[in-house]
Design a protein around this ligand. Structure first.
Ligand code: SF4
Ligand code: F3S
Ligand code: FES
Length: 235
């Protein structure tokens, strides 16, 4: 098939603003969007910039807006987003400063992640063996522990677009992972962070995040669980 790939480009050294450039490539319908933009970079225009690493939906580095929706380029097949002879649009994820082409400044995203203390906290003496938990307890954090920090959710949230101080759904999912970990002892500290005006109460259940998640994490439901935990703590 022949595909026109229309990419929103920006080079801070020569462009005043972003502009579209279109490239025609030959591809198989079963190729991924990542294969198509690799072809552009390797054979047509080596100045094109984007992030990718694993190529298999694990590292979370190739989040981009494909046909108006946040997706991972390595998990999106061409046949699902474009017809033979059609045009595919690719833009950087929104709400973070564009550094170059499809590369955005991820630091504010990771600042929010770091702020929820994304590590296991338990000051009790270590047992002889592992710190065990029941199957039921493990299931409570099963969804949130699937997150790969790709930022598809946070950068599709309209609240985050207008207020960058909102920690965003990805940070809340990460907080959820530890709040609902029966072995962790910092639940109250994380619930206090979630109760601040940058936390869960900013969420207006827009659901964009849930629709964008490549790991099919029910993000809005998890945010609601965190909201209920905060309310319970405050009662
Ligand atoms: Fe990506 Fe989903 Fe994690 Fe959000 S919750 S960062 S969309 S994997
Ligand atoms: Fe935003 Fe998701 Fe809430 S899109 S408003 S965090 S449900
Ligand atoms: Fe790693 Fe797509 S390149 S998730």
């Amino acid at each position: 098939m022949i595909v026109n790939i229309k990419i929103l480009r920006f080079d801070p050294e020569k462009d005043k603003k972003q502009h579209w450039e279109t490239y025609q490539v030959e591809a198989q319908p079963s190729d991924r969007v990542l294969d198509a933009i690799n072809n552009v970079k390797w054979y047509v225009d080596p100045t094109l910039n984007f992030r990718r690493s694993c190529g298999h939906g694990i590292c979370g580095s190739d989040a981009m807006m494909i046909n108006g929706r946040n997706r991972l380029a390595c998990k999106t097949l061409l046949r699902d987003v474009v017809k033979d002879g059609g045009t595919l649009t690719i833009e950087p994820i929104r709400g973070l400063k564009v550094e170059k082409d499809l590369v955005v400044d991820m630091e504010p995203f990771f600042d929010a992640y770091r702020s929820i203390m994304p590590y296991f906290i338990n000051e009790s003496p270590a047992p002889a063996g592992e710190r065990l938990q029941s199957q039921l307890d493990a299931e409570r954090m099963a969804h949130s522990s699937n997150c790969i920090l790709c930022a598809c959710c946070t950068t599709s949230c309209p609240i985050f677009w207008v207020n960058g101080s909102y920690l965003g759904p990805a940070a809340i999912v990460q907080a959820h992972r530890f709040i609902f970990d029966s072995r962790d002892e910092a639940t109250n500290q994380r619930l206090n962070i979630m109760n601040q005006n940058t936390g869960v109460w900013r969420c207006r259940t827009a659901y964009n995040c849930t629709e964008a998640c490549p790991r099919e994490i029910p993000i809005t439901t998890l945010i609601e669980e965190v909201k209920r935990a905060v309310m319970f703590q405050q009662a």
